[in-house]
Design a protein around this ligand. Structure first.
Ligand SMILES: Nc1ncnc2c1ncn2[C@@H]1O[C@H](COP(=O)(O)OP(=O)(O)O)[C@@H](O)[C@H]1O
Ligand SMILES: [Mg+2]
Length: 301
């Protein structure tokens, strides 16, 4: 499969739509070739085509009554990236995650997870998606392991597989020693790590987290981010996490800046800083949100 990975067309400075169209045309051609060569079997292996982004959001608009929370939002999240969805309170981050996870139906626009449209192919899309919501969702009276087993059953994992996977993900999140303990006895940061472990049980390819570090102390925040970046580096998982805390973003991350329902910039942290001629991501963010005429513009990615 590697021989097709590098063939996505990349024009010098294409618009987002041009890039999406070029990438899709190239992917369709690749799929045809692979099918003909007997290397791909219909849509089940479609996600293995290297050009499909982990997440593709195209022209998504969502309103609560008269209030437009997302206005023609388009961006992609590259596979194997650690991408921060940066936005102040009210930017539309949770609304976007609610659409990606199908809590709300996306009425306008298209959302695809590893190439699977969440409206047309929800089973395939959601199977590849792990979610940590903004609100805490552990059952505090159950043990850590019981919380994980319950979730594994919801995903259709058998008892043996659930046990093995639970041990694996708890070890990865450095929580093996707390497995038998009631969730309510854990610290806020440990609870968040249990929620991340739980979201990894069914081996998703894309993990989305809505403000996972809010309310945590500085050490717990650093620990969560370290674990997320290790997951990306060591397992090839794609992570998209929402935050309003600019100091959480580092040089190796990709960023998507969302403000008042509009995408203001996408790309590597470095490219977004450079495009704003800023010193750091905080400066770039301040300059992006200060200029209302940029509300529908995108920095090149
Ligand atoms: N259930 C809702 N009903 C009405 N308005 C909502 C609802 N949820 C969010 N909003 C509004 O939509 C906008 C985006 O909110 P949200 O997606 O929660 O942003 P964020 O997660 O970035 O803080 C805000 O103006 C918010 O007040
Ligand atoms: Mg929110």
């Amino acid at each position: 499969m590697e021989d097709v990975a590098g063939t996505c067309p990349e024009a010098a400075n294409p618009s987002h739509d041009q890039r999406m169209l070029a990438s899709r045309a190239s992917c369709e051609a690749q799929k045809r070739l692979l099918r003909r060569a007997g290397k791909i079997d219909g849509k089940a292996l479609l996600s293995e085509v290297a050009c499909e982004p982990a997440l593709s959001i195209e022209h998504v608009t969502h309103a609560y009554g008269e209030r437009v929370a997302l206005d023609d939002v388009s961006f992609t999240v590259a596979r194997g990236s650690c991408t921060a969805l940066l936005g102040l309170n009210g930017a539309g981050k949770t609304t976007l995650f609610s659409l990606v996870t199908r809590l709300f139906a996306a009425r306008q626009g298209q959302i695809r997870v590893l190439g699977f449209d969440i409206n047309r192919d929800p089973g395939e899309a959601l199977r590849r998606l792990g979610v940590v919501f903004q609100a805490r969702t552990l059952d505090l009276d159950l043990s850590v392991t019981q919380n994980l087993r319950y979730h594994a059953a919801l995903h259709g994992l058998g008892a043996g597989e659930a046990k093995a996977r639970a041990a694996e993900v708890l070890a990865r999140m450095e929580l093996s020693a707390r497995a038998g303990e009631k969730a309510r006895n854990l610290s806020g940061g440990q609870m968040r790590r249990v929620e991340i472990a739980r979201a990894l049980l069914h081996s998703p390819r894309l993990l989305v987290l809505d403000e996972p570090t809010v309310g945590l102390d500085i050490n717990a925040r650093a620990s969560i981010l370290r674990h997320l970046r290790e997951l990306v580096a060591q397992t090839g998982l794609t992570v998209l996490w929402a935050t309003h805390l600019l100091d959480e973003v580092n040089a190796t991350d990709e960023v998507v800046v969302l403000h008042k329902g509009h995408i203001l910039a996408t790309g590597s942290t470095e490219s977004v800083i450079e495009a704003q001629r800023a010193k750091d991501i905080g400066g770039a963010f301040a300059s992006l949100i200060a200029d209302p005429s940029d509300a529908s513009a995108q920095a090149p990615s």
